[in-house]
Design a protein. Structure first.
Length: 234
């Protein structure tokens, strides 16, 4: 691949990757810094998008337009929506949906974007299979799951809201950027994968879990992302 775009919402989510990059050139656009260089022998652009779906979508489009990204990997942290998925575990996206999209009043199901055929955006199966194998190798102390990820512009820390998202979308994890990246990538016919390390349970305990486990979750994501790049075929 000529270029792989790697997006993290926060500085902490991309700092660990930037440390290993070589021959870095920085381009500033839309208040974002795009670090172009090599990582594990591959040409990459690593960028902090900022939090939320608009920032994530803008960032993805820039990667496609300005850097001709042929694949996009979004790495970061999320809340678990499944009792079997524990803090520190990894969720790889099969597909992604906007849990806060609501056009029910126009006859659309919850989560459906009006006048779009897709209800959810499908991740690249080749990338997902590679990531699952890589995760088991580099993170043997945790579990890796493959399932739907739900995104919305809100931090989920309420049990009732969590229960609703689980019931409505059967999602494995919830966060704030992935579906926007997936939508932007899909519109541009660019393969993508969203990787989420679980930092909290997306319930009333979030304020306790999040600070303690954020660092560990990010470490798992960084190791996995590096391994994916190493194993990707040119």
């Amino acid at each position: 691949m000529r270029c792989i775009g790697i997006i993290g919402a926060m500085d902490e989510e991309v700092a660990g990757l930037k440390e290993y990059m070589q021959d870095v050139e920085i381009t500033r656009k839309a208040s974002m810094e795009f670090y172009a260089g090599t990582l594990e022998g591959k040409k990459v652009v690593v960028v902090r998008s900022g939090v939320g779906k608009v920032n994530a979508a803008v960032c993805t489009q820039i990667l496609v337009d300005e850097f001709q990204a042929e694949a996009v990997i979004n790495t970061g942290i999320a809340g678990s929506l499944n009792n079997d998925i524990n803090i520190g575990d990894i969720v790889l996206s099969t597909d992604l949906v906007h849990h806060d999209m609501d056009a029910v009043g126009f006859g659309y199901p919850k989560g459906q974007i009006p006048r779009m055929e897709e209800f959810s955006f499908q991740s690249d199966q080749v990338l997902r299979k590679l990531a699952a194998e890589a995760c088991r190798e580099v993170n043997p102390d945790i579990q890796v799951f493959e399932g739907r990820i739900a995104s919305g512009d809100q931090f989920i820390a309420d049990q009732d809201v969590k229960d609703f998202i689980v019931k409505e979308f059967s999602a494995y994890a919830v966060e704030m950027e992935g579906a926007a990246i997936a939508q932007a990538a899909s519109l541009n016919h660019v393969p993508f994968l969203v990787i989420r390390a679980i930092s909290d349970k997306a319930d009333g305990s979030a304020h306790v879990d999040y600070p303690a486990f954020e660092k560990l979750a990010i470490e798992h994501s960084v190791k996995l992302t590096k391994k994916i790049l190493k194993e990707l075929q040119d």
